[in-house]
Ligand binder design. Structure first.
Ligand code: JBE
Length: 242
């Protein structure tokens, strides 16, 4: 998969080259290219924003700069892109979104700062490619860069070969619609707290039942919205009501 990120703070995205993602890049599983938006300005101040029409606080990013940048970046690789614009007003980015993005050949991220990017940029490119405005949560960041780090990590870990142990991506939270229950490792007793007996019993049926009960219990307590959203057939008869 090829990932392009257009941003006025390319340094912010340096972590994409570290650790897990660094190894994936070295293995050729992911190609990450960072582009400084200011490279497509033509004035001495490298202006990327301007006052909003209709007044109001803050600044809006100019369409001309974004148009030249995205035209150039998109043309730099033949793979058809999905354009992703992280924004607080975007559709919620979820594990399902991550799974969908993991099937794409190429993602081009446009990082907005200030009060966002002139709407005509998204409208223009939506006529040629899939364009998603996505939000990673109901809070306001200064720009889209942190969201790109989150999205790329959530997507990359689903790519075959990126994670050491592929099973964990399939079994982690949200994959079956429930939150993951508690996890334990050695020692058996730590500061007077023992690991739940069932986990040391070797009885795989009982262990699976215990884990599911803990996942249901935790989901009911912390994220009843996820429980309510579960399709009917996902709860089997043995799932007591939590
Ligand atoms: N929440 C956000 N705030 C600013 C930019 C992007 C954002 N997001 O969630 O993608």
């Amino acid at each position: 998969m090829r990932i392009d990120v257009v941003t006025i703070f390319p340094g912010y995205l340096a972590p994409l080259r570290e650790s897990l993602l660094g190894r994936a890049a070295d293995a050729g599983l992911i190609e990450v290219a960072l582009h400084d938006l200011r490279s497509w300005t033509h004035d001495v101040h490298q202006t990327v924003d301007d006052a909003p029409y209709g007044g109001g606080p803050g600044m809006v990013m100019r369409p001309q700069v974004w148009g030249e940048a995205l035209d150039a970046v998109i043309a730099s690789d033949s793979r058809p892109p999905r354009l992703v614009v992280p924004a607080p007003a975007g559709r919620s980015f979820t594990q399902a979104t991550a799974r969908a993005y993991a099937t794409e050949q190429r993602l081009v991220f446009a990082c907005g700062r200030y009060e966002g990017i002139d709407q005509r940029v998204v409208d223009h490119y939506s006529r040629q490619f899939p364009v998603d405005e996505v939000s990673i949560g109901d809070y306001v960041l200064v720009g889209g860069e942190a969201a790109v780090l989150v999205i790329v990590e959530a997507v990359a870990r689903l790519l075959p070969g990126v994670l050491g142990n592929p099973r964990s991506a399939a079994e982690d939270s949200f994959s079956d619609g429930l939150l993951e229950g508690p996890a334990y490792t050695r020692p058996e007793v730590w500061r007077g707290q023992a690991v739940p007996e069932v986990l040391r019993s070797g009885n795989h049926g009982a262990i699976a039942r215990w884990r599911r009960d803990r996942a249901l219990e935790r989901t009911a307590k912390r994220r009843p919205d996820l429980l309510a959203a579960l399709p009917e057939d996902r709860l089997d008869a043995a799932d007591q009501a939590f």
